[in-house]
Design a protein around this ligand. Structure first.
Ligand code: NAI
Ligand code: OAA
Length: 326
């Protein structure tokens, strides 16, 4: 049995991710929750002829019932950016949404894997961690910031300039999920693909600010939804593979206490004094199971890491203070 809940299921990401999860034949129960429009989305998705049973829940009074028995909880609830905004500008609204949803997770399915999509991920994941800690149910191996879209973009953007590069090849992306905290590790690929310094710089910038391309193109109608749904569904598939004992790894923004090798690996690249950072994570039946083999940062990336650490530190502090000071 694999039971998955989507919180924010009627939204721009929520709808297509619900569709993709309905197509995943390993999922047996799919629970969809939102504060609006959920019955319609659920009725629609439930007609797809795969075996999973779809149930919909709407409004805070149905949240706990939605979450009971869930093994994986995917959270794309919250507001998206408009042009001119940073992800951090979403903090004031989304911090409270994530806090309240994770509180319900703590009460109804404390052992579930929690996959957080809502921005700013650099802060919302520490918020989730603090809420679970407050409830005495925190397992750092089980809480993930979904940064898969940065990896997906990296593969595709490299393919744009080197058609011989296979889109299905994963690229290591570490750090966080906003602007200059996103660090694609391109040094060894640069040698392999004969990328010039200018090309590496341009690729790095495009990957870091890929979200802005979509925000600009959507012109006030939100941010990435379809590519995010794809990325989120890929992340969930990897998690399910790991739970079922198959090898799986994904880059993800995790608690560095999730595994001794996480903190070691981070320290090795100069990341100290942070509770969270995105690393290539080896996934196992209990979630984070170590650090997956990955390309090592070169000198240019080491500089980017230094900048990212400063920004992520303040994002984490904001998230932590939000829960602890209330
Ligand atoms: N991690 C990543 O790589 C990415 C993250 N995002 C983030 O995902 C979030 C969602 O984006 P979209 O789906 O485009 O937004 P959207 O506005 O289309 O959908 C959000 C959904 O959340 C629901 N919602 C709001 N408050 C809720 C609550 N308390 N409980 C349950 N549901 C609630 C809304 O009713 C809506 O259906 C945003 O914060 C966005 O920045 C977007 C793209 C990539
Ligand atoms: O750009 C945004 O606000 C949405 C997002 O996180 C992304 O597309 O990477």
């Amino acid at each position: 049995m694999v039971a998955v809940a989507v919180l924010g299921a009627a939204g721009g990401i929520g709808q297509p991710i619900s569709l993709l999860l309905k197509l995943n034949t390993e999922i047996t129960k799919l629970h969809l929750y939102d504060i609006v429009r959920c019955p319609g989305v659920g009725a629609d998705v439930s007609h797809i002829n795969t075996d999973s049973e779809v149930k919909t829940f709407q409004g805070a009074t149905q949240l706990k019932e939605c979450l009971e028995g869930m093994q994986i909880v995917v959270i794309p609830a919250g507001v998206p950016r408009k042009p001119g905004m940073t992800r951090d500008d979403l903090f004031n609204i989304n911090a409270g949404i994530v806090r309240d949803l994770v509180q319900a997770v703590a009460e109804a399915c404390p052992k579930a894997f929690v996959c957080i999509i809502s921005n700013p991920v650099n802060s919302t994941v520490p918020i989730a961690a603090e809420v679970l800690k407050k409830n005495g149910v925190y397992d750092p191996r089980r809480v993930f910031g979904v940064t898969t879209l940065d990896v997906v973009r990296s593969s595709r953007f490299i393919r744009d300039i080197r058609p011989e590069f296979s889109c299905s090849r994963s690229v290591t992306v570490i750090g966080g999920h906003s602007g200059n905290t996103i660090i694609p590790i391109l040094s060894s690929l640069a040698a392999e693909l004969n990328l010039s310094t200018e090309e590496v710089d341009a690729l790095t910038h495009r990957i870091q600010f890929g979200g802005d391309e979509v925000v600009k193109a959507k012109n006030g109608e939100g941010s990435a939804t379809l590519s995010m749904a794809y990325a989120g569904s890929r992340f969930v598939s990897s998690l399910i593979a790991a739970v079922k004992g198959r090898p799986a790894s994904e880059c993800s923004y995790i608690d560095l206490d999730a595994h001794p090798s996480a903190a070691e690996s981070a320290a090795h690249i100069g990341v100290t004094g942070l509770s969270h950072f995105s690393l290539p994570v080896a996934l196992g039946p209990d979630g984070v199971d170590g650090i997956a083999p990955h390309d090592k940062p070169g000198a240019r990336e080491a500089e980017l890491i230094k900048e990212a650490v400063v920004a992520i530190k303040s994002n984490i502090a904001a998230g932590t203070a939000f829960v602890l000071n209330k």
